[in-house]
Design a protein around this ligand. Structure first.
Ligand code: HAM
Length: 420
């Protein structure tokens, strides 16, 4: 009988060592950037209560209505987190972080889960890095969040991005706009796609985001929210743009930009890349001044962003941006015979204590096979040990690139390798 071949679930991938090295490099840049913006890391559980996510993100969103990985255990309802903002907001409330004073500046890196139809740049388990500034209504916080996001891409070397920004207003502005939008769409109702028709009453702004061909022409002529912003919202938006100008961050005002999560108020933004294909958003975010109260905290203004790491990698590949150095091996110990293998095992720690990366054969293979592996792993040096070397105390020390060999004692080798 054929054996079962186990594989990852659809839309979930393994990250193998060569690839993981690129991830480490990117994560290091994210961490360094977070440090220079003085954001502290927060790590929340992968599982959250389903009600937190549905209330936080919105029952009517695609994420909550059809993309959640959710299950029950006894009375408890669990969901694999689809994003980081609701969990971080929950942690803020749960740990009374407002009592720490000032604005909380938090960043995170980790896996998120959405049961979407997988395609290039869209997975069911994907990874985000993101940051949240909780406790400030000042447009300067919006600018700092956008600057943080932009800085990560700048440091990595991705330059050809477009930052789309918009204001989705406060609830009063949005109410006025929704009415105007519905009034405009009503005469076209029968021409709208089925999906947009279902959104007409509940969430008409999402119609602006429609990908259906029959909606495009109608949407193109729809009124834009920026014409319906009240004084407070318009002023906030104007200051965000001013601060971005001051910071030299280019942006494109995109008045039909709407986001797929319901918690946004005022600023909304998305960073797109021409190198990504259909899923062209590298990252996005905005202000969510009502979310924390919605999930049981005190009214607390906040703003944040999140970016997809897989999409960042796709952009790097398209732009041929090298991501860190390939893994290297300083020393491979080639052994012949059991005594030599024992010797190697015992001497590895000394070499490693010098900060060197060291490996050996773990399968009792021939010298030839071991040399081949040393070459494949790009070892800088080999130490070759057999019975005669152990007897004389003189080992063969081989410089791989130069193909030069020396007879040296272990002490002499250590002296050569010791960092000066
Ligand atoms: P989002 O736009 O849903 O926002 O996701 C942010 C980024 O995550 C996207 O721009 C994309 O790069 C990546 N992403 C989303 N879904 C997938 C997927 N299925 N496969 C691969 N990458 C994906 C949020 O999640 C908000 N929490 C952002 C935020 C933070 N707003 C305020 N603070």
């Amino acid at each position: 009988m054929a054996q079962t071949q186990f594989t990852t679930h659809h839309g979930m991938v393994d990250i193998l060592p060569e690839e993981a090295q690129k991830w480490q490099y990117i994560e290091q840049i994210i961490r360094e950037t977070a440090k220079s913006f003085h954001f502290g890391e927060i790590r929340t559980p992968i599982l959250e209560q389903t009600a937190l996510i549905s209330r936080g993100i919105g029952e009517l969103t695609d994420i909550v209505s059809k993309e959640m990985f959710a299950f029950n255990r006894g009375e408890d309802q669990y969901v694999l987190r689809p994003e980081g903002t609701a969990p971080v907001s929950r942690a803020y409330v749960q740990h009374h972080m407002e009592q720490r004073g000032g604005v909380q500046k938090l960043f995170y890196i980790g896996p998120m889960f959405r049961a979407e139809r997988p395609q290039k740049g869209r997975q069911r388990q994907f990874h985000q890095f993101g940051a949240e500034m909780i406790g400030s209504a000042d447009p300067m916080a919006d600018a700092e969040i956008i600057a943080f996001m932009s800085e990560v891409y700048r440091r990595i070397g991705i330059k050809n991005t477009v930052l789309n920004i918009n204001s989705v207003g406060d609830p009063a502005s949005r109410k006025a706009y929704k009415e105007a939008l519905q009034n405009y769409l009503r005469p076209h109702f029968n021409e709208l796609s089925e999906l947009s028709q279902t959104r007409f009453e509940t969430n008409p702004m999402r119609i602006l985001d429609s990908k259906e061909p029959e909606d495009q022409e109608i949407v193109a002529k729809a009124p834009v929210i920026t014409e319906y912003l009240n004084q407070e919202s318009a002023t906030h938006y104007a200051f965000v743009r001013k601060y971005l100008d001051d910071l030299g961050i280019e942006y494109k005002q995109t008045p039909r930009l709407v986001r797929g999560l319901d918690y946004y108020t005022q600023t909304a933004f998305e960073l797109t890349s021409p190198d990504l294909g259909a899923q062209d958003a590298l990252g996005g975010g905005g202000r969510y001044d009502l979310l924390i109260e919605e999930i049981g905290g005190q009214p607390t203004p906040a703003v944040g962003f999140a970016s997809g790491i897989e999409r960042l990698l796709i952009a790097c590949e398209a732009l041929e941006i090298p991501l860190g150095e390939p893994a290297y091996l300083d020393i491979y110990i080639v052994t012949r015979g059991d005594a030599a293998r024992m010797w190697a095992l015992k001497h590895l720690p000394k070499l490693r204590s010098l900060g060197l990366s060291v490996s050996m054969d773990y399968a009792g293979r021939s010298i030839k096979a071991q040399m081949k592996e040393a070459n494949r792993e790009n070892a800088t040096y080999c130490i070759i040990v057999g019975e005669s070397e152990l007897e004389s105390g003189e080992l063969t020390f081989r410089k791989m690139v130069e193909s030069e060999e020396f007879k040296l004692t272990f002490e002499q080798i250590i002296n050569r390798l010791r960092p000066i």
